[in-house]
Design a protein around this ligand. Structure first.
Ligand SMILES: C[S@@+](CC[C@H](N)C(=O)[O-])C[C@H]1O[C@@H](n2cnc3c(N)ncnc32)[C@H](O)[C@@H]1O
Length: 427
């Protein structure tokens, strides 16, 4: 089989659909992905699809080779140069580490961390089989980073992260960049962050920067944001997201940004829904509408949820609202419809429809239009930032231990994490 031809075809397809820079394309053409997924038919390795390589005891995927399209996007965001030292969180099969090795070249260095010893062992074997050198694969909780070889010019997580680990920020060299699939209340975006040096310089000269360990004025700003969906990081740094199996056959799962009381969702879903038609003919593809609205709801609505599975119209994922008295879900199958189930379903459907109209009025913003500012804990967020009563104010406060609710900043939204406070704006 001509694997080189298959790689060419894959890269050509990716380039038709998205921007893939020359150097990333060259790396994807050079690295034989099939050697990193040895149990899988070689042709499958050259489809633009994720390949799950490991499940947990409950049958949930816990390791994979990610979809080539998002890998190309994130490598583009990362902007690796020859000679760079790069840290990857989530070694998995080792394929992305091999691409990174190609990008840094012989003068650079790549360290890839994975929490599972067997995965690390396999990644090492795959890299050896592909003849890749210059990569160190280490078994470690990625939240700790790898101080032994710091500082890094670039850091990439290929596993969903809920917060920016202090170790990552500390281990990046001045001018360094990190790219992570960051959780925004249950919706992930791949965000490329750099330290805002202008702000540091200005404030460093202004005032004392060492006040009892505070990193006064430190701010990280996103340089690019893209939609993505990765399996979540495991271990002590795992986030708050809650996934509940509502029904097993056919499978329906309720996804919430954090656990909360929702009532009997299955019983609600078994009621006849109240339907509100928001638009008779929805031009945008269902996936685009669902992704855009999920992000909008996650940032604006504490009661937001996603329901994944088969609700009688085939498998899919729907964004919506859930309360103990019912659930409302959006469907974008030709028409754009809000369906409300359960005792409070009609009201919830109306409220969901109102959110869709607000999203429309805002110009249907998507992940790519998002700007994220991250203030490491004890760093001052803008003083005029206002948080709602159930959210700690982002300045001068300790974050609640792992819970968050969206707050408001002037024309923006605040999310308080354990180690950072995020301020988000569409612009
Ligand atoms: C989507 S896979 C990574 C794909 C990989 N980059 C590749 O090219 O095959 C995510 C990986 O993150 C690892 N992981 C999960 N939690 C982790 C943690 N706390 N620290 C390090 N790795 C973790 C999983 O074991 C899994 O192998």
């Amino acid at each position: 089989m001509d694997f080189a031809a298959q790689r060419h075809a894959l890269v050509a397809r990716l380039r038709q659909a998205q921007d893939v820079g020359e150097r990333v394309a060259e790396a994807m053409l050079a690295v034989p992905r099939h050697l990193f997924v040895p149990g899988v038919e070689p042709e499958a390795a050259y489809r633009d699809e994720p390949i799950v390589t490991k499940l947990d005891d409950g049958g949930r995927p816990i390791s994979s080779s990610s979809q080539p399209a998002i890998m190309a996007t994130m490598l583009g965001q990362l902007g690796v140069e020859p000679g760079h030292r790069v840290l990857e969180i989530g070694a998995g099969t080792g394929y992305n580490a091999a691409l990174l090795a190609r990008l840094v070249g012989p003068a650079g260095r790549v360290v890839a961390l994975d929490i599972d010893a067997d995965t690390v062992e396999q990644a090492r074997e795959h890299l050896a089989a592909a003849g890749v050198s210059g990569v160190e694969v280490v078994c470690r909780d990625g939240a700790e980073g790898y101080p032994e070889l710091a500082p890094y010019d670039r850091l990439i997580a290929t596993v969903g992260v809920w917060d920016l680990a202090p170790a990552w920020l500390a281990q990046l060299a001045p001018g360094g960049r990190l790219v992570v699939p960051l959780d925004l209340r249950g919706v992930q975006v791949s965000a490329a962050f750099e330290r805002d040096t202008d702000r540091n310089t200005e404030r460093d000269t202004d005032r004392d920067t060492d006040r009892g360990g505070e990193r006064d004025g430190e701010r990280w700003v996103s340089r690019s944001v893209a939609p993505c969906g990765f399996m979540r990081m495991r271990g002590p740094f795992a986030g708050t997201e809650s996934v509940t199996v509502v029904r097993r056959d056919p499978m329906v799962m309720l996804v919430l940004p954090e656990p909360r009381e929702t009532g009997d969702v299955l019983a609600a879903l078994d009621t006849v829904p109240t339907e509100i038609t928001i638009r008779r003919a929805e031009a945008a593809p269902a996936a685009t509408v669902t992704m855009g609205l999920s992000l909008w709801l996650a940032l604006h609505e504490p009661r937001w949820c996603a329901v994944a599975g088969d609700l009688g119209r085939g498998p899919g994922i729907a964004a919506g609202l859930v309360e103990p008295g019912g659930v409302a879900l959006l469907a974008a199958d030709g028409a754009l419809v809000a369906r409300g189930y359960g005792a409070d379903g009609a009201r919830l459907a109306a409220e969901l429809a109102a959110h869709v109209r607000a999203w429309d009025e805002a110009g249907r913003p998507e992940a790519g239009a998002l700007r994220v500012e991250a203030y490491p804990r004890d760093t001052k967020a803008p003083s005029d930032t206002k948080a709602p009563s159930d959210t700690k104010a982002p300045s001068d406060t300790k974050a609640p231990s792992g819970t968050e609710a969206p707050g408001e900043a002037p024309d923006g939204v605040v999310i308080v994490k354990r180690h950072t406070t995020l301020v988000l704006r569409f612009g």
